[in-house]
Design a protein around this ligand. Structure first.
Ligand code: VGL
Ligand code: ZN
Length: 199
């Protein structure tokens, strides 16, 4: 059974000092680097937004970050500007062993649609191509690590389970944003979808 490690969004803006810093975001990097050698396939994802992206509060007159709005494709949380294409904040954290990765999937590059998941944009329709890549490489089991547990990691894990992969999330190698109970909700949803949560 071919196994892949999927490393979600370990980028400067999600680490301490970044624009959308996740508490302890940089604490997980050493463990992630050590894990890479245990997997035949290593994929990194990179949140990659154009300036003025529709998920930025600054793109919506009078809207505050961490509130929600309705988009054509459903509810969207608004964020501080982050991971703007080509910016320092969008780069992978300098300590991440990026050379070990065989594939980098960029997501969220379409101005009108956000993309938390590594597989589908937030409309649940537009694909990133990752499922095809993994299937072509014969991958059946996925382990997710990275940032943030309750957004990009959870959405990716849920899509992966729906797509038929055997899915584990290593929570000890993830950190959460935890907005209004979002972490508890994400953990419930993952468990209900058959995702294995390990530490
Ligand atoms: C993420 C919010 C906005 C994440 C990305 O990586 O979890 N969260 N963009
Ligand atoms: Zn984003």
């Amino acid at each position: 059974m071919t196994k892949a490690l999927i490393v979600i969004d370990v980028q400067n803006d999600f680490c301490p000092g970044g624009k959308l810093a996740v508490e302890g975001g940089d604490e997980i990097i050493a463990r992630i680097n050590a894990l890479m050698s245990e997997f035949e396939v290593v994929v990194l994802t990179q949140d990659w937004h154009p300036a003025g992206h529709s998920s930025f509060a600054s793109s919506h007159e009078g809207a505050a970050a961490f509130t929600q709005i309705h988009m054509e494709y459903g509810v969207q949380t608004l964020w501080p500007d982050h991971c703007v294409q080509g910016s320092k904040g969008a780069e992978f954290h300098a300590d991440l062993a990026v050379d070990r990765a065989q594939m980098v999937i960029r997501k969220g590059f379409r101005a009108a649609v956000d993309s938390y998941s590594a597989f589908f944009e937030n409309d649940h329709k537009i694909t990133t191509g990752l499922a095809g890549y993994l299937r072509d490489r014969g991958v059946e089991e996925l382990t997710f690590v990275g940032l943030a547990t309750d957004f990009c990691v959870a959405w990716s894990a849920l899509d992966a389970a729906k797509l038929g992969f055997k899915v584990t999330v290593l929570e000890g190698a993830c950190r959460a944003i935890d907005l209004d109970g979002s972490l508890a909700a994400a953990r419930d949803a993952m468990r209900a979808a058959g995702v294995t949560l390990e530490h």
